[in-house]
Structures are given as structure tokens and as C-alpha cells.
Design a protein around this ligand. Structure first.
Ligand code: ATP
Ligand code: MG
Length: 422
């Protein structure tokens, strides 16, 4: 028989990992709600054309990384390689533009990219994503950055820092792209083949090339912030002054460009200590052109996406441990057939009283008690035939070792009282 293994670049998130996932997802949602964001869930797959247009044909994501397929109805579909295009599609399709602005939305879920798997890089991974629609003021950029910051600060991340850049808008970007192309023309023999191609299709992308040979060329390249139009320059200055006033540290990083075509003005990342080359734990920026590009009314927008696997990687590298997940406090052990029926009735009654409880499913009494210990049950009912004949059960506090004999009819009340005293 063939043995099946999980597809390359995917993970089984086993129970031992779940405290991290529960902690990260629930606190991200709680922090977003504290900022006034509401949750939106969009499909995991969308029309391929949505991503081709919304992410941009000349990006690595669309060129190389999409999981695209045709379904039985011959529809061209793609597993989402990011959230924003789908969220914008939903914003337009459901008329969310008629809501008072800003519209603030967050999402959590799996993302798919055909990448070369390595530490912190998977083919199925998870993102927390947040967007603000309808606000041109740099205050929306600031709020977006502050949400990203508060997420990581809330998890006690050390070595947090913003990386910040502005890549301009359709008015000033062409001048910058031209300057970049001019500069690269005189360095063509020093750069990789991908960058030669990018120069034609999406010149800004040469700046985040990871190839060794391109690094010295990138270091000497012209910078976008020196080519901003007045509007973009003012926007950038006011965002910086907000950050300065709050004392949030940031570094202007002229290499910071998003791999996506629709970003305008602000681009940022949050960096954290502990994962070396994969230092970016989240990335985002403004994308004023996207809603119109996807068929909506012109609408300014700003957002970011955070990779949950990288968050968890940093938590582990920094020695941060999530709270333990709750376990049922009660375990019911029994011996004999008569006791079994009583045990089943008791477990059902306890759950009906909203008390977490599990029942032994076999083994000697001794083995059942070991199981109760392993399940970290605080209280154990031991139902033996002799006690049962007297209408009684044993009730053991596993933390103190004390054991009482209680009337069967008072069992639920006994646990409630004991739990209240914990
Ligand atoms: P990178 O430069 O690391 O490839 P990116 O620019 O492709 O990142 P975005 O598209 O902005 O990243 O996605 C936002 C976040 O999602 C990243 O900061 C990272 O935390 C996470 N991320 C991106 N790609 C992967 C992946 N293949 N596996 C796990 N997490 C990822
Ligand atoms: Mg990438």
C-alpha cells in the first residue's frame, strides 16, 4: 500500500501546537476589535482573474506562486495567495462602500503560495489581515501601523521596529521608475536574469531582489522618497510626524517595496528579533488604486497582513509561551457494568450543567486513574459497584489527594461547589 504524506510545504498543526494558534488568533481578533475592526470571511478560492488583476501580472505571486485550477464547470479558480483582492471584491460586490467611512475589516485564515519551503516559509500558511477603506488622511496609515504594533507588543515581542518607505503614486512613480531604469542600464552586467526582466515589467521589484549579486547594485540605487510628488511627500511627512510624536521607532528603508502592484504611497513592515533572514513579521501599506482597478469607485485604502507561522516562530525563538488551553476539569472512572450506566448518566448531567467532563472508555480502574491524571482532570469520580449499591460515589481532588464519599444525587452540586472554590 502507498503511504500518504502531507503535500510539500504544508503542515499538520497537531494538538501540541494548538495553544499557540488559539492564543495568536484569538488575541489578534480581540486587538482588532479593540480598534473597531469587524471580521469578514471571504472564500478560500476566487476567480483566477481577480488575483491576476488585483495582485498584478508582473508579481512573483501571479507569475510563479498561484495554485490555479479549473473546476468541473471549467471555471478558472485560484486558492487565495493573499487576502486583499478577495476582501476588495467582497467590499464592492456587497455594497460595503455605502457604509459610513472608514470601513475597517479584518480576516484570519489560510493562504496558498507555491514557494520554495524553508523555515518560516510554507505553501499553505496563515495570515491575519486588516484593511481600512475610504480614508485618504495619513491618520488611516497610522492606525494601521498602530494595530500591527499593538498585536506584537501584546504578545511581548522584543526588538520591534517599523521599516517605512513611500513608493509614491501614479503621478510620481513613473519619474522614479525611469530613474531606476536609467541607473540599472549602467549595471546590467552585474544583475540577475530576474531583475533584467523586472526592469521591463515591474521595475520597483528590483529593489527587493534577494540574489547576492544584486545587493551592491541595490545599495547604490536611487530612492523613491527623493522622487515623491508634493501630495505624496506631504502624506509621508505627516505620517512620520505622527510616529515621531508617539515616539514609535522606525527606520526609513528605501528598499522596501511591496511585491504587489496596487500599493501607493506608504509601505511598511514590522521587524522582530529572533528569526534571522525572515525578520519581517508583517507587511502592509496603502493601495489607493485597487478598488477602482477591480471595478469599484475610486476609494483610498490601507492595510497589512501578518504571517501567523512567523509570529509563532518568533514566539518560540523569544521563549514566549502561550497560556494552556482549558481541559475538562472532571473525569469519571468506573468499574463494572452497573457502574457504567451511572457513569454515562453522570457525565451527561455534568455537561448539561456546563461542567466539562469526560468518561473513561475502558481499562482497569488503575489505568483509568492514570488516564485522568494525564488528562489533567482536577476532580475524579470513581464509581465502584459496592459504593453504588449504597447510592454513593467516590469524589477525588487530584490536586490535594483528598477523597470523599458523596451521595450520587449530589454529585453535580459537589463539583460546582469544588470548582467555585478553586
Ligand atoms: P517575503 O518577503 O517574506 O516573501 P512577502 O512580501 O511575500 O514576504 P506579504 O505578501 O506581504 O509577504 O505577506 C505578509 C506576511 O505573510 C509576511 O510578512 C510573512 O509574515 C507572511 N508570509 C509571506 N509568505 C509566506 C510563506 N510562504 N510562508 C509563511 N509566511 C509567509
Ligand atoms: Mg514573498
Amino acid at each position: 500500500m502507498d503511504k500518504f504524506t502531507r503535500p510539500t510545504g504544508t503542515q499538520d498543526l497537531l494538538p501540541a501546537e494548538q495553544p499557540y494558534w488559539e492564543y495568536v488568533t484569538s488575541s489578534a481578533a480581540a486587538t482588532a476589535r479593540r480598534f473597531g475592526y469587524e471580521r469578514i470571511e471571504t472564500p478560500i478560492f476566487e476567480a483566477t482573474g481577480l488575483f491576476a488583476r488585483g495582485v498584478g501580472g508582473a508579481t512573483d505571486i501571479v507569475e510563479k506562486e498561484m495554485y490555479s485550477f479549473r473546476d468541473k464547470g471549467d471555471h478558472a479558480l485560484t486558492l487565495r495567495p493573499e487576502f486583499t483582492a478577495g476582501v476588495v471584491r467582497a467590499y464592492i460586490e456587497n455594497g460595503l462602500h455605502t457604509l459610513p467611512k472608514p470601513v475597517k475589516l479584518f480576516s484570519l485564515g489560510p493562504i496558498f503560495r507555491y514557494e520554495r519551503p524553508q523555515a518560516g516559509r510554507f505553501r499553505q500558511f496563515h495570515q491575519f489581515n486588516a484593511e481600512i477603506f475610504g480614508i485618504q488622511d495619513p491618520l488611516a496609515d497610522l492606525e494601521t501601523m498602530l494595530l500591527a504594533w499593538d498585536l506584537y507588543a501584546g504578545w511581548d515581542f522584543k526588538g520591534l521596529a517599523f521599516q517605512l518607505n513611500s513608493t509614491g503614486c501614479p503621478v510620481c512613480r513613473p519619474t522614479f521608475s525611469a530613474a531606476l531604469r536609467d541607473y540599472y542600464q549602467s549595471h546590467l552586467h552585474e544583475i540577475c536574469e530576474d531583475c533584467k526582466r523586472r526592469l521591463e515589467t515591474n521595475p520597483l521589484r528590483v529593489l527587493d531582489c534577494k540574489q547576492e549579486r544584486c545587493q551592491p547594485v541595490i545599495a547604490g540605487a536611487p530612492q523613491s522618497i527623493a522622487h515623491l510628488c508634493e501630495e505624496c511627500s506631504t502624506h509621508f511627512t505627516s505620517l512620520r510626524s505622527y510616529l515621531d510624536a508617539l515616539g514609535r521607532p522606525y527606520t526609513i528603508n528605501p528598499r522596501l517595496v511591496r511585491g504587489l502592484d496596487y500599493y501607493t504611497k506608504t509601505v511598511f513592515e514590522v521587524w522582530a528579533e529572533g528569526i534571522g533572514a525572515q525578520a519581517a513579521v508583517c507587511g502592509g501599506g496603502r493601495y489607493d488604486g485597487l478598488i477602482e482597478l477591480l471595478g469599484g469607485r475610486p476609494t483610498p485604502a490601507v492595510g497589512f497582513a501578518a504571517g501567523l507561522e512567523r509570529i509563532i516562530l518568533v514566539m518560540k525563538a523569544q521563549g514566549l509561551t502561550p497560556p494552556a488551553l482549558p481541559v475538562p476539569p472532571v473525569f469519571i472512572a468506573f468499574s463494572g457494568d452497573a457502574a457504567r450506566a451511572t457513569a454515562v448518566r453522570l457525565v451527561v448531567d455534568l455537561r448539561a450543567a456546563a461542567i466539562g467532563a469526560q468518561i473513561a472508555m475502558g481499562g482497569s480502574l488503575k489505568a483509568q486513574l492514570r488516564q485522568a491524571d494525564k488528562a489533567q482532570a482536577r476532580f475524579v469520580f470513581i464509581i465502584g459497584e459496592d459504593e453504588l449499591a449504597r447510592g454513593e460515589v467516590n469524589f477525588k481532588d487530584m490536586a490535594t489527594g483528598t477523597q470523599l464519599t458523596v451521595a450520587l444525587g449530589t454529585a453535580a452540586a459537589q463539583v460546582s461547589q469544588a470548582l467555585a472554590a478553586c
